[in-house]
Ligand binder design. Structure first.
Ligand code: ZN
Length: 421
């Protein structure tokens, strides 16, 4: 089966690449990765004439969003939440079953902070959206239990024009530009005026205080020198080692509970896509400054502070990154994540949290910290307003183990939130 890509037309064509259960009729104004004709496949095997992949245009992208909104007015809302310095829109898709109040739903933010140049991150999110808008039982259940906040293209200037990580001010929306652009004491981004791409994401995080923020990365032309970009189309088969739950550029972008990562990896494997498990596959253990003499024997990963961690630091959002080479794989692994949000988590014993009745579970642990801090509407609760921002530095795991025993204090109120075991 041809695994990658492609794009379509706006006239009722069906996207053939998704797996059977996700093959909802989609009529895209644009196409994503498509299977090649026999002739094309033959050509693709000749390295001198690789099949090229259609390059999604800004017009096709916007037309796709408009089409989806028109087709699914009860579950999809499309909103422009920012624009790049050259005027391209940054869009937020809010997808949920609006017949059910949001108060007891999990909130999952899906971004492509490098999409942008890493095109398969974006096209994977578009395929996930297609699945969410489809009529499978699993998708419908997901929309009853969760609010999906989907931002397929966070860096449109790169996606449609430049294929570079940096925006006009040379700021990469994924990192926010580096530590000098963040005031971590105040949890403020200092360069919002130079990085509307970052600003748009942080505003969505502030508005919704998501339980989970998953940032999807992938393949593209970002490493090609400008003089080698040619017509800026990619070739069929361009892929990478896939990674689930974290990023080699910043190991802090991972779930605090390894069981979440394992569940997503298992979902990918079931669909035929194993993925890299970073230090586990490298068989390395961590190190710190006192271990410098044996640093070459340890895991090279070091935490950093990037845009996605803003939600963690401020609202205890669970953050994670994905590397996607095959869109089907990305969709399968993301569905594995969303399944967790539909059910009761592992051995979680609490049917109600923070005094508020709860219908269902939950992203592990996040609820206890987060639910009473998010009002029914996406506005800060009074509790939150009183409590002030959560300082990441004051998060303490008494046994050094991520998960149930995590406790935290709020900077403003000094109130311990997690009273659980
Ligand atoms: Zn990336």
């Amino acid at each position: 089966m041809t695994r990658n890509i492609v794009i379509g037309t706006s006239h009722g064509s069906r996207i053939p690449m998704l797996s059977q259960d996700t093959s909802s009729l989609l009529v895209l104004a644009a196409v994503l990765l498509v299977s090649a004709s026999a002739l094309q496949a033959q050509d693709a095997r000749d390295p001198r004439t690789p099949q090229r992949v259609h390059r999604l245009t800004s017009e096709e992208y916007v037309a796709t969003l408009e089409y989806w909104e028109k087709q699914h007015p009860k579950i999809l809302d499309v909103e422009q939440v920012g624009s790049s310095s050259d005027g391209l829109g940054i869009h937020l898709l809010t997808i949920t079953d609006t017949s059910i109040p949001n108060a007891d739903k999990q909130v999952c933010l899906v971004t492509a902070l490098h999409g942008g140049p890493e095109r398969s991150g974006t096209t994977t999110i578009l395929h996930l959206t297609e699945w969410l808008l489809g009529d499978s039982q699993e998708a419908r259940q997901t929309l009853r239990k969760q609010v999906l906040l989907v931002m397929p293209i966070n860096h449109p200037e790169a996606f449609f024009r430049t294929d570079r990580f940096g925006n006009a001010a040379k700021i990469d929306p994924y990192t926010g530009g580096g530590p000098q652009h963040w005031d971590l004491e105040k949890l403020q981004y200092k360069s919002a005026d130079k990085a509307p791409e970052v600003k748009a994401v942080l505003e969505v995080v502030d508005r919704w205080k998501p339980d989970v923020h998953v940032d999807v990365h992938g393949t593209g032309l970002q490493e090609y020198p400008v003089d080698k970009l040619g017509d800026r189309t990619r070739y069929q088969g361009q892929t990478m080692i896939e990674i689930t739950g974290s990023a080699y550029s910043n190991y802090a972008l991972r779930p605090w509970d390894w069981r979440v990562t394992e569940a997503m990896i298992a979902a990918g494997r079931e669909a035929g896509y194993p993925s890299d498990r970073f230090e586990a596959d490298a068989q390395r253990s961590f190190h710190g400054p006192v271990m410098n003499p044996i640093a070459d024997r340890t895991w090279r990963g070091q935490p950093n502070f990037y845009t996605a961690q803003y939600g963690y630091a401020k609202y205890h959002t669970m953050v994670m990154a994905f590397e996607v080479g095959w869109e089907q794989s990305g969709v399968a692994r993301l569905r594995g994540l969303l399944r967790i949000g539909n059910g009761r988590w592992q051995d979680e014993p609490h049917p109600r949290l923070s005094g508020r009745p709860r219908q269902s579970l939950h992203w592990p642990l996040r609820d206890r910290l987060g639910k009473d801090r998010r009002a029914a509407s996406p506005q800060p609760s009074r509790t939150l307003a009183k409590a002030g921002p959560l300082h990441a530095s004051r998060l303490v795991s008494p046994n050094g183990w991520p998960g149930h025993l995590l406790r935290c204090d709020f900077g403003g109120g000094g109130r311990g939130v997690d009273e659980g075991p």
